[in-house]
Design a binder for this molecule. Sequence first.
Ligand SMILES: [Zn+2]
Length: 119
Amino acid sequence: MSNSNSRLVYSDEIGRTCPKCHQPLQKCQCNKKPANNAKGDGVVRIQRETKGRKGKGVTLITGLPLAGDELKSLAKSLKQRCGTGGTVKNGIIEIQGDHRDLLLDLLQEKGWKVKKAGG
Ligand SMILES: [Zn+2]
């Protein structure tokens, strides 16, 4: 029986694909952090970016442990709470204007370790 058991495990391993992207699990990126996250240390960072921006600039949120639709829906709710616009680029959420204090509270509510970074 040990032979057929090991063969079963082996073929299971080969046949495993991600239900979301249909890639073999080894290649699947769905549950991994976005590759472009600036920091991979599990800390969410909030910083203000004014260079080349109009007015108060934007607030950038980096290091989020989310990707794809989860990241987009978080960005949407943060924009609503801040009453402003924003966008998602390369795994980074940009919120228009300076909302660092509010965003710090909102992200900490989700249980993440959040730091204000830079200026
Ligand atoms: Zn996948």
